[in-house]
Design a protein around this ligand. Sequence first.
Ligand SMILES: NC(=O)c1ccc[n+]([C@@H]2O[C@H](COP(=O)([O-])OP(=O)(O)OC[C@H]3O[C@@H](n4cnc5c(N)ncnc54)[C@H](O)[C@@H]3O)[C@@H](O)[C@H]2O)c1
Length: 261
Amino acid sequence: MSESSARSQMSQQRHGSTPGSASDTRANAVPAFPDLPEATIARLPEYLRALHNLGESGADTISSEGLAAAAGVNSAKLRKDLSHLGSYGTRGVGYDVALLIEQIEYVLGLDQRRAVCLVGVGNLGHALAGYDGFASRGFKIVALFDADPAKVGELIHGLAVRHIDELSQVAVEESIAIGVIATPARAAQAVADELVAAGVTSILNFAPCVLSVPANVDVRKVDLAIELQILSFHEHRKATLTALPGGRSATGAENQEAVGS
Ligand SMILES: NC(=O)c1ccc[n+]([C@@H]2O[C@H](COP(=O)([O-])OP(=O)(O)OC[C@H]3O[C@@H](n4cnc5c(N)ncnc54)[C@H](O)[C@@H]3O)[C@@H](O)[C@H]2O)c1
């Protein structure tokens, strides 16, 4: 698809003349890109961040190699990912930065601001509640909850902590789409159940445990300890390879693959 027809398709989708537009009801809405691979979805935010940086530095177009380097992935993988969006760039020119930002934001649903609540306002919750990066990327924390009566009423960046018992009422009032769990692991499943009962269908879980949720609920887990364990594996592997006769070490190509996979 050419850049101009991609632009026209996006315009049609936004103005409601194709399935998946804002005028569709939830029941008959068809996702714009139903077959997008999960690995591609996971890389789109990386491309978006790189594109915003390029746009801010004044670039109007970018080659696939340039964008791949800025996003830290390999360029063949990037071209394949973007082809799923119908974006192929223009030979000799590259990708239109502004258009590609618009396309990726559309696919990720970032053209709507999504209300987020945070449950568990301890050490981690305080840091997350104060993180400016959510708002600048289209997410607004609209409510903070905790079970500790001593924390209820505390003001964090202008938002008062509410008791967890208010969750179901506030979730409806604020149209909360995403719940962030930052409670101890022992409380996380009960909190997830309360979020689900309140109609929240996306959960970001920081607690180190596996959550059981209905099929229509998406859960993403963030665990820095797991990331450190993966890095520990690579350290172990490098040390083992270096100790082998001939002292082979990990190559740049292997490292690139690890980042872009
Ligand atoms: N994912 C990561 O990389 C990462 C990093 C640090 C901590 N953590 C995890 O994040 C969680 C929070 O860590 P922390 O250091 O902030 O702990 P913390 O003890 O300082 O804070 C936890 C908060 O949750 C509240 N809470 C407990 N039960 C609750 C419930 N049922 N409903 C609502 N609130 C409840 C507590 O009152 C407290 O304010 C832990 O599970 C920890 O293991 C994850």
